[in-house]
Design a protein around this ligand. Sequence first.
Ligand SMILES: C[S@@+](CC[C@H](N)C(=O)[O-])C[C@H]1O[C@@H](n2cnc3c(N)ncnc32)[C@H](O)[C@@H]1O
Length: 254
Amino acid sequence: MYKITTADKFLWEGISLDGKLVLEGGTSWGNTTDLIAEKISANGWKTRLISVDVDESHFAEVEERLRDKFHELILRKADLSNLDFISQNSVDVIICNYTLSSVNQFPFRAIKALKEFYRILKPGGKLLITEEMPIWAVESRDYEYWSKRLRIIKSISVLKAMAHFNEIHPQDLEEVMSTLGFKDILRQEFKEIIDAEMATKFLDKRKQTLIKGQDDLQNEHLTKGFVELTEKLVEAFENAKEFSAPAYIIKADK
Ligand SMILES: C[S@@+](CC[C@H](N)C(=O)[O-])C[C@H]1O[C@@H](n2cnc3c(N)ncnc32)[C@H](O)[C@@H]1O
């Protein structure tokens, strides 16, 4: 979704995708698909990738851009909590970046997705997850833009009765993964760098949702307040170009 700088070294340490079947959770614009393709090209690996998203709107452009990089590339519209088209013990590596918090907009669905990840992984297969920290677990002063942006987006979503992403604390995620049977769980926290232009686009989209449907809230002060907050932050983003966000990677084996 954004131009993100990950903790690349930790993420890829000990991972080879050569001759492997890989599942990517959450294709979106294909940022992580690009990252996987780069690794494959740099290492001369032959990799089959199944990339899954509930929203297929970017599949055509991702396929066009990356088809030739993979031994086989399958883009599949599906919910990660139900991967019944993939047989058990068949996948070598699962890479799920910035997607579990989105699956988690519906309570328990992230647990169902993790259960599916466990089922389809081969014994010894690897699960790599990257996520942002929950907003409540971080000192907002240290991540001013990130914190304000998330609070505005989530508040507008709540006001409009829309589901919104729910970040998972790494300790909770580790406990659930361990309960499901994952072992050798490793974690690293890091600061990611987010491109301000992309971040602004999403913020503006939420503002438009609020403005368009302002009648159903029947309070113009509320709408005006959020529009003002959003526009001030967009102005600040324009000067900042990029901003940092607290994130973590969790790696585990089946
Ligand atoms: C933040 S984007 C993913 C970003 C991408 N992986 C990256 O690294 O830049 C989250 C994606 O998860 C998808 N998504 C949300 N819930 C899902 C679910 N239950 N099953 C599959 N995809 C889901 C959304 O459609 C969205 O494209």
